[in-house]
Design a protein around this ligand. Sequence first.
Ligand code: MEV
Length: 310
Amino acid sequence: KQLGVGRATGKIILMGEHSVVYGEPAIAFPFQKTAVTATITPAEQLSLACSYYTGALAQAPQTLKSIQEVIAQTLFVLKQEHATFSIQIDSTIPAERGMGSSAAVAAAIVRGLFDYFDTPLSHTELLDLVATAEKIAHGNPSGIDAAATSGNSPLFFIKGQSIEAFEMKLENAYLIVADTGMKGQTREAVGDVAQLYKQDPKVADSIAHLGLLSRKAKVAILENCVKELGKLMNAAQLELATLTVSNERLDQLIQVANDQQALGAKLTGGGRGGCLIALTDQLETADKIATALEEAGAVATWIQSLEEND
Ligand code: MEV
């Protein structure tokens, strides 16, 4: 075949980041406003072209190790270890901002390679292959990023147990997503929470509470209670701060959103930078919140209606 193409989207975790690593449920959805495409074409050597690096895959810098690994694993599964080709990665998902960029890139590559070698790919096989890359990028991934970036509906996700697609059709609900402009530190944050978990018994309570908040958020969504969902988001942010995964920049921008009458606001993803989300039931307020966040230094904002599911 002369061409293989694979695509995946960004993702937003609405509720349950970090606690999801400990088996608590989380709610996430594919964020269609950002996406990544991997394009595979024949070449004489195995090569990569992305915004960080263009050249032979074998000489790629350490930061691209997870990409090297997912390609190697996928070629092993496809029994194509000696094939040569070029992979081009084009992405609008900001990297290291809690939007699942690393999982999405891996998912796009796996899909692209299976397409290039004309082989059907099951969803389980895809998630397993993405997990190999995520283990390198994040240390101890729950799998939520892989599931949300490669899926097409909101998920109620429990690690290793169930990935339940559900309908998120909230009327008059707008989520403002804002990029702090700071790189998030998922690996460090996940590692530090694990340390805290061992040292401080109260951490287990916070994690259990975050799980409860995710369950309540699912009910609020199904019952179309936007204000309740906002309160649950605020409660989750307090717990995430207790887990030390928020930071000054996130706290400051969350305050800006709250000052503009957001119904709720919290970090999303790994934290310690990356993105935050804020909720409102009015489009006009959503615009105001987005503008205020940008004025306060957010480098990009998106407004997502939670009615459309896209
Ligand atoms: C990262 O997007 C979400 C975390 O919960 C880590 C994970 O679940 O793998 C922080």
